[in-house]
Write a protein that binds this ligand. Structure first.
Ligand SMILES: [Zn+2]
Length: 220
């Protein structure tokens, strides 16, 4: 099995441990996306795509994240220690959606992805750089909706909006503070040359909180 392609989406935010998203293609045939490159204590590592584990409230049957102390729907107190523990005794709150099942494959993925990440950082410095990661823009329209019970980090979204937000443009992430956010039309990033991207930039301003959603997931 060969990794035939790696696509990287750089985050370019020195304040965050999340360095990039990436997708990998096996044998020009099968793509897995939403891998993360995370800055760890011993260097960058690759985290597999994962999902939050949920369970249903015993009273109203609404789904809650295993970390939730109260039901998001009916407010009943939930057992905080109900999640399974791993061998190290840590609560198992996430499950990998796709992952290698032996160390050879894990090392192959890690090696190829980190190599591609370094190459992407170099090419991102050049004029005309275009990110090839298939971005569905899901972070751009993150908002609370009828399924908000699926998200247990509503307060984080509020905090992010009042303190700071980041906007992404041409693969770069810019951090803006709340005061700047209010005078949207006067934001220095909006020059005449930016006009085609202005709508996208404006719609990005609330995304800061959405990234934290699955941050750190996939760490075993
Ligand atoms: Zn409930």
């Amino acid at each position: 099995m060969q990794i035939s392609e790696v696509r990287i989406k750089l985050m370019n935010d020195p304040h965050e441990r999340l360095l990039a998203f990436c997708s990998i293609t096996f044998d020009v045939s099968f793509v897995i996306r939403d891998l993360k490159i995370i800055q760890g204590a011993k260097g960058a590592f690759v985290a597999m795509p994962s999902r939050k584990l949920m369970d249903r409230c015993p009273k109203c049957h609404t789904k809650n994240h295993l970390r939730a102390s109260f039901c998001n729907q009916c407010g009943v107190r939930l057992d905080e220690n109900r999640a399974d523990k791993d061998d190290a005794g840590r609560a198992r709150l996430y499950a990998d959606i796709a992952h290698p099942i032996n160390s050879d494959c894990r090392e192959l993925i890690q090696e190829e992805v980190l190599k591609a990440y370094e190459e992407e950082r170099v090419s991102a410095q050049q004029d005309g750089y275009v990110c090839r990661y298939d971005d569905f823009g899901e972070e751009d329209y993150a908002r609370l909706g009828p399924y908000e019970e699926d998200y247990d980090d509503t307060p984080q979204v509020q905090t992010a909006r009042s303190e700071s937000a980041s906007i992404r443009k041409n693969g770069q992430v810019f951090r803006i503070d709340a005061a700047e956010e209010k005078s949207e039309a006067q934001r220095p990033h909006h020059s005449a040359a930016d006009q085609p991207a202005a709508d996208k930039v404006a719609s990005n301003k609330n995304q800061a909180g959405s990234q934290g959603d699955s941050f750190g997931s996939g760490i075993v």
